[in-house]
Design a protein around this ligand. Structure first.
Ligand code: ADP
Ligand code: MG
Length: 390
């Protein structure tokens, strides 16, 4: 049974989110700006979202009593990450409207199910095979799939749970190392660029989207997103949008969905993966779009109208990893705060820090949105900021 609820849920009501990371925090900020109260479910007493939310339920995502309390508090519930147990969402959905639905999150949680869904939608994907046992491993068509990337079907993020494999022997060894868990083996493709798009779909099926974004990854982690008119060619932009909309529509998706793409050297566009929530690559929208991806998340779950967002200026987003707190040379040095005052002296720099107490290498601590009159001006400011941060 799925609760239908009464819509729209107007400001003054309480909106809930499973997960208290940075995405939950920015959801809370957007909901509160619109006049909602918020409730966050996260076991960490110092979680970035828990620190700013009206209510913080400190409990595990599978804790029945906490889920019940969340349902009592909230008029609707969303999630900030795909690895919440889908059952928790389904349980909440018995009494409260939940967006996105547990069934949609379950597809995004599992690379094999996700790939199958893309194929069903007619979206182009990398040649791949599901490795779920010795028989599947033996049956791999090496000609078609190697060299490849072996990815755990579940719980991978920021390039974790992946191994590059060039031969059958490497594939077998990598699968052992990954613990023989179900995996997807993908052919390694010649990437010319990566891009992503955020679509928001309401309960009535209406869809709006943010512009297609160009993403640069470093060591498997998103480093920089640029959103300049024309930086993804028009034909690929159209195809990316159509694919993302079909992927959302065929799930009967409600909420914000990010779809990531590879642009191949030959101009071909391939769907990589999706995230059933706002995404790191959409953070620029906080400062350079008249509606941010987090406001879209609020509007979707509350059944508010979805108006097409308008980009206000060329924009870029630079991720701020914990490495910036450490001196490159000295591995044992105590962390020190980067020179934020100097970065903030640059026009068009908008700093977002997540309130995480402990910087760690590779940990996402915040991001810097950069706006400017032209793409060249934005790029110049990004270069200056990066140089100041060292
Ligand atoms: P994650 O869940 O960690 O983001 P992805 O599947 O998006 O996992 O992989 C991380 C990065 O690895 C991608 O952004 C891309 O740069 C690279 N990558 C992943 N799959 C392929 C592939 N089939 N061919 C080439 N590069 C890939
Ligand atoms: Mg990815």
């Amino acid at each position: 049974m799925t609760a239908t609820g009464t819509f729209p849920i107007l400001p003054g009501a309480t909106l809930g989110v499973l997960g208290g990371g940075q995405l939950g925090r920015m959801f809370v900020h957007a909901a509160q700006a619109l006049g909602y109260a918020t409730a966050v479910l996260d076991p960490d007493p110092a979680s970035p979202a828990g620190l700013v939310s009206t209510h913080h339920l400190r409990a595990a995502y599978g804790d029945g009593a906490a889920l019940e309390r969340l349902a009592q508090l909230c008029a609707a519930v969303t999630t900030e990450f795909e690895n919440v147990p889908a059952e928790a969402l389904e349980r909440l959905a018995r009494t409260r409207p939940v967006a996105p639905a547990g069934a949609s999150v379950a597809v995004a949680q599992d690379r094999a199910a996700e790939k199958a869904h893309f194929v069903r939608c007619g979206a182009p994907v990398a040649p791949h095979a599901v490795i779920d046992g010795d028989a599947a491993l033996a049956a791999v068509d090496a000609e078609r799939l190697l060299p490849g990337i072996l990815k755990t079907a579940r719980l991978g993020y920021d390039g974790k749970g992946q191994a590059r494999v060039g031969s059958r022997a490497e594939l077998a060894a990598a699968w052992e190392r990954l613990g023989r868990v179900p995996c997807v083996l993908e052919k390694r493709l010649p990437l010319a660029a990566e891009c992503s798009v955020l679509v928001a779909r309401g309960r009535d099926g209406a869809m709006v989207h943010l512009p297609v974004q160009r993403n640069l990854h470093r060591d498997g982690i998103l480093a920089l997103t640029e959103v300049f008119e024309g930086n993804v060619p028009a034909a690929q932009t159209q195809r990316a949008l159509q694919a993302a909309q079909a992927i959302a529509r065929q799930l009967d998706y409600v909420g914000v969905l990010c779809v990531e793409f590879f642009l191949l050297e030959g101009g071909e566009l391939v769907v990589n993966e999706m995230a059933p929530r706002p995404h790191n690559s959409g953070h620029w929208s906080q400062d350079a779009s008249d509606v941010s991806q987090f406001e879209l998340q609020v509007r979707c779950m509350a059944g508010l109208p979805l108006v097409p967002p308008r980009q206000l200026s060329p924009a870029a987003m630079l991720n701020l990893l914990g490495d910036l707190w450490f001196d490159g040379a000295d591995a044992d040095a105590a962390p020190r705060s980067p020179a934020w005052d100097r970065v903030l002296a640059l026009p068009g720099c908008h700093l977002h820090l997540y309130g995480k107490a402990e910087p760690k290498r590779g940990r996402k601590m915040g991001h810097l949105n950069v706006t400017g009159a032209t793409p060249e001006a934005v790029r110049a400011t990004v270069r200056q900021a990066a140089a100041l941060l060292g």
